[in-house]
Design a protein around this ligand. Structure first.
Ligand SMILES: Nc1nc(=O)c2c([nH]1)NC[C@@H]1CN(c3ccc(C(=O)N[C@@H](CCC(=O)O)C(=O)O)cc3)CN21
Ligand SMILES: CC(C)C(=O)C(=O)O
Ligand SMILES: [Mg+2]
Length: 270
């Protein structure tokens, strides 16, 4: 592969600047070193070692069975293949809301494996943990809206924040997370208008998946953009292999589509 020599390391400061200047941030899930090198070369800004690996790599029906050792292993694989992208690692179900000291130790494990930031699902209930991690030098991305680890409690794959009170809840959560010290907020499956409105009021960058084009950046699952995830495709994802002649080109086309705000369209939004 031809080396991309113009690329500089993406740091937290880079992401803040992109948010301020309105340059879209491209995030894509990544689970191994080969794809890390490929995504890095294609210009992906943030590689997310998502707990979606429970579905895409391990073949489970949800993200619930994933362990902290699974997350640390895949984070280390990605970190080895990556040169310049920012590395974000998901905290798995059960690794952060059971016991706060254990949550801190688990976050430390992911940072030692090569993460630059950790992400976990939740609103007001995770604010104390966000503050504690911040104190010991661990940046946090908060994941709100539809939170897949709570699919059993939510009762299905439903769009969140559709009612006036749901919208207010999302707004309050985003503001509280920023105040608690979060460095980024991710919205999953929320109305485009709300994600855009909250993004304008936050100092910190936002990332959307099924949250419209008005967030600071976008994320999708690697296997979804390659059209190789079995079963029905979520409304918010897009197969970028269509019209591409290689995997490299499909990933580059995703990067280009997010950077030019051609993706997502209304067709991928709620
Ligand atoms: N391959 C893959 N893509 C993802 O986007 C993804 C994962 N896995 N695993 C972790 C979570 C789970 N997420 C999901 C999974 C499925 C739907 C889904 O099926 N959405 C349908 C509605 C399905 C229904 O009505 O039950 C949709 O049309 O958007 C949404 C989000 C997002 N994440
Ligand atoms: C879908 C994204 C946002 C995620 O959390 C994951 O891949 O686990
Ligand atoms: Mg996740």
């Amino acid at each position: 592969m031809e080396e991309n020599k113009t690329r500089k390391p993406v740091k937290l400061g880079t992401l803040r600047k992109m948010h301020q200047e309105g340059e879209p941030i491209v995030m894509l899930t990544c689970y191994d070193a080969t794809f890390a090198a490929l995504e890095d070369e294609a210009g992906v800004d943030i590689m997310l070692i998502g707990d979606s690996l429970g579905m895409t790599v391990q073949g489970h029906g949800t993200t619930i069975p994933v362990s902290i050792d699974d997350m640390a292993y895949h984070t280390a694989c990605v970190a080895c293949g990556n040169k310049n992208a920012f590395v974000l690692a998901d905290m798995n179900f059960g690794s952060y809301l059971v016991n706060e000291d254990e949550a801190v130790r688990n976050a430390v494990k992911l940072m030692k494996a090569g993460a630059n930031m950790v992400k976990f699902e939740g609103g007001l209930e995770v604010c104390p943990l966000v503050g504690r991690l911040k104190q010991i030098g661990i940046p946090v991305c908060a994941h709100i809206g539809f939170t897949p680890q709570s699919v059993n409690a939510i009762g299905g794959y439903y769009v969140q924040g559709k009612t006036a009170s749901g919208e207010e809840k999302l707004y309050q959560e985003a503001m509280a997370l920023q105040e608690a010290g979060a460095d980024m907020v991710l919205f999953e499956m929320v109305p485009a208008e709300i994600a855009s409105k909250i993004t304008k009021e936050l100092r910190i960058p936002t990332i959307g998946i099924g949250a419209g084009v008005g967030t600071s950046g976008q994320v999708l699952v690697l296997q979804d953009i390659l059209g190789i995830f079995p079963g029905r495709k979520p409304k918010f994802s897009k197969n970028f292999m269509e019209g591409a002649s290689s995997i490299q080109q499909a990933v580059a086309n995703y990067v280009q589509a997010v950077k030019s705000r051609q993706f997502p369209t209304d067709q991928h939004s709620f």
